[in-house]
Design a protein around this ligand. Structure first.
Ligand SMILES: [Zn+2]
Length: 226
């Protein structure tokens, strides 16, 4: 770990050594910008609305990842898919980051103006039921009948935390559901890590302990003020 100071808030931070990129989200990291300046993860939160993490999926030859294959005495690296979470902030200079903070504040205001009375809004992607395998009998997996549904979303503005109630307005009525857990979702794989909150620019999974048949892809989930 390398000790640094955040160029925005002057907080002392640690920079993790660089690792081979993969699609696994290990929590929000402190970032080293293109010009070598460091920014703490808290200061990067506000600009994610404009600079979300990107996930790229690439088919590559990689001996270190997938091993080698022997063909007629010749060794060549095996091929496979590599997911990589890419942080676009690493391409910014400190000046550009400061501009991004101003632009992000405006973007958040513009987005919030679209949803009066809301302190957060997210757009729904797909919803699935999470089954927990409870036992195996006669080679059949038994699934729990616990109601656990997960909706993957992109947060448009504000923050969503466990305990929040989201409202979904449809033509006939308004539906609500309580968020039990918030997980990070990298867009390509299943959500794999709980996070304390999802904020603007984050793709996340919201867990419900109830059926949510009223949430369709493209629906806006709103957390109301107060
Ligand atoms: Zn900072």
């Amino acid at each position: 770990m390398e000790k640094r100071v955040c160029s925005i808030c002057s907080r002392e931070i640690e920079i993790a050594p660089a690792t081979e990129p993969d699609g696994v989200f290990a929590g929000w990291q402190n970032v080293v910008l293109k010009d070598g300046n460091a920014v703490c993860s808290t200061c990067t939160e506000s600009v994610r609305i404009l600079y979300p993490l990107r996930n790229s999926k690439t088919f590559v030859e990689s001996g270190s990842r997938f091993g080698y294959i022997e063909t007629r005495g010749k060794s060549s690296p095996k091929k496979g898919w590599i997911n990589a979470l890419v942080d676009p902030l690493e391409e910014l200079t400190l000046e550009e980051f400061k501009q991004a903070q101003i632009d992000a504040e405006n973007a958040a205001k513009t987005m919030a103006a679209r949803f009066p009375g809301a302190r957060a809004a997210a757009e729904a992607d797909f919803t699935y039921r999470h089954h927990t395998a409870s036992a195996r009998t006669n080679h059949k997996t038994l699934y729990s009948d616990k109601k656990e549904y997960v909706t993957c979303v992109k947060v448009l503005f504000g923050e969503i935390r466990a305990g929040d109630t989201v409202s979904i307005a449809h033509k006939d009525r308004e539906y609500t559901a309580k968020v039990e857990e918030v997980w990070f979702w990298n867009y390509l794989d299943s959500p794999h890590r709980a996070i304390d909150k999802a904020f603007a620019g984050t793709t996340a999974a919201l867990w419900f302990h109830q059926d949510v048949p009223f949430i369709y892809p493209g629906d806006i989930l709103v957390v109301k003020e107060g």
